[in-house]
Design a protein around this ligand. Structure first.
Ligand code: RM4
Ligand code: MN
Ligand code: MN
Length: 412
């Protein structure tokens, strides 16, 4: 097999060398500026683990405050114009007013996330519950979320199902699947034209014997049966250890069924840590697949959302850090030398191909990201700008700790 003779083993930095032409550099910069990320309302409120919710001074206590914090993240990064909401945690009476308030801050509402796991009735599930009355209640709640989405001009319902069982024999697994198909069909039929239903899967928790939507294959099967408005949502923390995320993403992209992401990082389970903080190479490999597929003629719409629950860390800064890590992964993936990669693949040059990816991954993209931000009229260092702004101190002063939790976490 032909080896790379022309490549010193110190690696290639396409940014530092003259290799990346002006036109390619420009197109990478423009892609970085266009790439938007949706942040979650619940990431700005107090949240934690089942052991303890530590209060963060100034953490947002209601939807208005969450939107204000999210708008600040957008002002500092320039790429977070949408905020996902969670019902009932963010429930309000006047959605017109919410829409106007968000618009006044320069953001808008993104995905509407129904809550199918916190009612007493949901002990044995929601859309899969054996009792038709509970299933009806769950369907009604999602239908209400569809109405809310319409009211705030959102076109996305992001559905995560906590349903499952804890013990073998607890319920009939196939009957539960049939109930789910029936309830989802009713929900799907109620979607407004052009509205998307993103179906999120998770292999465990809160149920431990089985989860009704355990993996991407199940989400895929149901999305296909429902129709083109249903898509699969990949939450990066919802797989068993060692699962190859990039492969799942490539497969779903190729099947034109990938609808969006919930980004977060994890070490053991659904840890909801800062995106890219634990496994940055894995995040890069996911973006490598996305960038590779984006060059196809029919590039699909993918919604890039963060789903994090901050426990000990400051909420806003954690969110900005996640956005920066996503941008780094994306920028590096844009720098992959795809021509060299396919040449190495065709030649069976295993390590040559690996090094093409590694070179992009090890490239310092901070100057490029700083340039993109400066071109957008932003501070090149959003974290430093946030720390300088005095916002954290101000909200710590003006937002006394609330006794009732707006985030939905017990004790928050
Ligand atoms: C779940 C799942 C959902 C999120 C809830 C709060 O683990 O990731 O997307 O809405 O947590
Ligand atoms: Mn999620
Ligand atoms: Mn999760």
């Amino acid at each position: 097999m032909k080896q790379e003779q022309d490549q010193p083993n110190v690696g290639r930095d396409r940014l530092a060398s003259e290799e990346l032409g002006a036109a390619e550099r420009r197109s990478v910069l423009e892609a970085i500026k266009r790439f938007t990320i949706e942040t979650p309302s619940w990431g700005y409120g107090d949240s934690g683990t089942r052991f303890k919710v530590f209060h963060w001074p100034g953490a947002a206590r209601n939807l208005r405050e969450k939107l204000a914090d999210a708008a600040l993240v957008h002002r500092l990064t320039g790429v977070c114009p949408r905020v996902a909401i969670h019902i009932p945690w963010d429930k309000e009476d006047d959605w017109e007013a919410v829409k106007a308030y968000a618009a006044g801050l320069g953001v808008r509402i993104g995905a509407v996330n129904p809550n199918l796991f916190q009612d007493e009735e949901y002990r044995f599930g929601s859309l899969c519950h054996p009792d038709p009355a509970v299933r009806r209640r769950a369907v009604q709640h999602v239908l209400e979320c569809i109405q809310i989405a319409r009211a705030v001009d959102s076109d996305t319902i992001s559905l995560w199902l906590a349903d499952g069982t804890n013990y073998p024999g607890q319920d009939d697994l196939r009957a539960r699947k049939h109930r789910l198909e029936e309830t989802l069909a009713e929900i799907y039929a109620a979607l407004a034209p052009g509205m998307r239903l993103l179906i999120e899967y998770k292999f465990f928790e809160p149920a431990f014997y089985h989860t009704d939507l355990a993996d991407w294959g199940m989400a895929y099967t149901l999305a296909r049966k429902l129709g083109p408005q249903a898509r699969v949502l990949v939450d990066t923390g919802h797989h068993p250890q060692g699962t190859n995320l990039a492969h799942i993403v490539a497969f779903l992209l190729d099947e034109e069924i990938l609808g969006g992401f919930h980004f977060n990082d994890r070490r053991y389970a659904d840890d909801d840590l800062i995106v890219g903080s634990q496994h940055p190479f894995e995040l890069f490999l996911v973006f490598n697949e996305l960038v590779a597929a984006a060059s196809q003629p029919q590039a699909p719409r993918i919604d890039y959302m963060i789903d994090q629950s901050h426990n000990i860390e400051p909420k806003i800064e954690a969110m900005i850090q996640s956005v920066l890590h996503i941008q780094s992964a994306y920028a590096r993936a844009l720098l992959v030398d795809r021509q060299r990669l396919s040449q190495a693949q065709a030649a069976g040059d295993v390590l040559g191909a690996y090094r093409v990816l590694r070179d992009a991954f090890e490239t310092d993209v901070r100057p490029l990201l700083a340039q993109a931000r400066e071109e957008m009229g932003l501070d090149p260092d959003p974290i430093a700008a946030f720390r300088r702004s005095g916002y954290a101190d101000e909200v710590a002063r003006t937002r006394p700790a609330s006794r009732s939790g707006a985030s939905g976490y017990p004790g928050a």
